[in-house]
Design a protein around this ligand. Structure first.
Ligand code: MRU
Length: 370
């Protein structure tokens, strides 16, 4: 296998937690969703998956902002790392402090709903006075913390599902992509599903296709296929009906922002699943790192929901489907109220909002590792 083939080796890219020697390209290091390499940010362009594994080198802040907005890099935890690496890039390129701060503000605002983006930018900005290497170190720390957090979420989540699910094997519905592509490695909700699969009791994953760019159909099925996990894909609007027919034992989703009262913003379609899960009497579980909890926002009403404009609704893949000038609504996320959430699983604890537990009273446990 040539050097170039090795760089784009699908198996290596998607072995998002194995750290084994790849039998195709014989390299041990993983290509991560996003990372720093040779003075630039490298990221997998998620808009091209699954047909192409294209690793982009991003050398300017404008390109990074564009990549975030066009969903080349996406998913709340991955955006946190993107924000911090973006500040690392700025720290190397901007001598003028005011310019650096203005660019950091633009980066921070590139997508408004996922709190991890502003969190990653702000955390990296606190180290700017210590010089570019310190900023890069902080960004790498955030990257490494995210890897550890996802492993821990999977373990806590699998234990929780074991307690919640009454059958011996699990059928778990999920939305969007919450796997290694949405984080740095392994993922949140999909990480829980992966852990259950590795433990040998996943009957099937039930991913929804997910708007606006079919993140579930393109990315989640790609990751599930790489894992070898059983799954069936469905359109978003089939989810609630299939829950009502008893086709899943639990719903497990990720989160873009969890507010102080436990309300959770996540991919559009999550709220309908929560209502249907309540109707069906099955658990609705949110899996996210502690970095997605935003105690400064009191409740879901206060979350800014990104509207992505008309093009993704009035057409698909560049082909216009609606009549010219059709007015649209295109919220990328919705908010599930805390009383519909059976459990929030983080890397350090499990909180049961629908039993009156709150994020401010449930104490932190330790980060788990295998
Ligand atoms: O618009 P996207 O693809 O960035 O939306 C992502 C989601 O809604 C995910 O569920 C969320 O960020 C959690 S990712 C671990």
């Amino acid at each position: 296998m040539s050097q170039r083939d090795a760089l784009t080796c699908v198996q290596r890219v998607t072995r998002l937690n194995s750290h084994q020697l790849c039998d195709l390209c014989q390299l041990e290091d993983l290509v991560r969703t996003i990372d720093w390499a040779d003075g630039a940010i490298e990221l997998i362009d998620q808009t091209k998956l699954p047909s192409q594994v294209d690793i982009r080198r991003v050398t300017t802040i404008d390109d990074l902002i564009t990549d975030i907005q066009r969903l080349a890099v996406r998913g709340a935890p991955a955006l946190g790392v993107a924000g911090a690496l973006g500040v690392a890039l700025l720290a190397q390129q901007r001598e003028d402090r005011q310019e650096l701060e203005e660019d950091a503000s633009r980066l921070r605002a590139a997508r408004p709903t996922a709190v991890n983006l502003s969190w990653g930018v702000d955390r990296a900005m606190k180290t700017v006075d210590s010089g570019p290497e310190a900023v890069l170190d902080e960004a790498r720390t955030i990257r490494d913390e995210d890897i550890a957090a996802c492993l821990s979420i999977g373990l806590y989540g699998a234990d929780l599902m074991h307690d919640l699910i009454k059958r011996q094997s699990a059928r778990i519905m999920t939305i969007c992509n919450t796997g290694g592509l949405a984080t740095v490695e392994r993922g949140t909700a999909l990480g829980v599903i992966q852990t259950i699969f590795e433990q040998g009791w996943l009957e099937e994953a039930l991913p929804l296709e997910t708007r606006p760019l079919l993140q579930g159909a393109r990315l989640t099925t790609w990751e599930l296929s790489q894992m070898g996990a059983p799954y069936r894909l469905m359109v978003d609007s089939a989810g609630p009906f299939l829950l009502s027919r008893g086709r899943a034992d639990a719903v497990c989703i990720g989160a873009d922002r969890i507010t102080a009262n436990g309300d959770t913003a996540n991919k559009i379609g999550s709220f309908s699943l929560a209502l249907a899960a309540q109707h069906a009497g099955i658990p609705f579980v949110v899996a996210a790192p502690e970095s997605t909890i935003d105690m400064s926002t009191p409740d879901g009403e206060a979350i800014t929901i990104e509207d992505r404009g008309p093009d993704e609704v009035a057409g698909f893949h560049g082909v216009r489907t609606a009549v010219p000038g059709a007015p649209t609504l295109n919220p990328a996320f919705d908010v599930t109220p805390h009383h519909l959430i059976t459990a929030i699983v983080t890397d350090r604890r499990i909180v049961h909002p629908n039993q009156g537990e709150t994020l401010s009273t449930v104490p932190f446990g330790s980060t788990r590792s295998v």
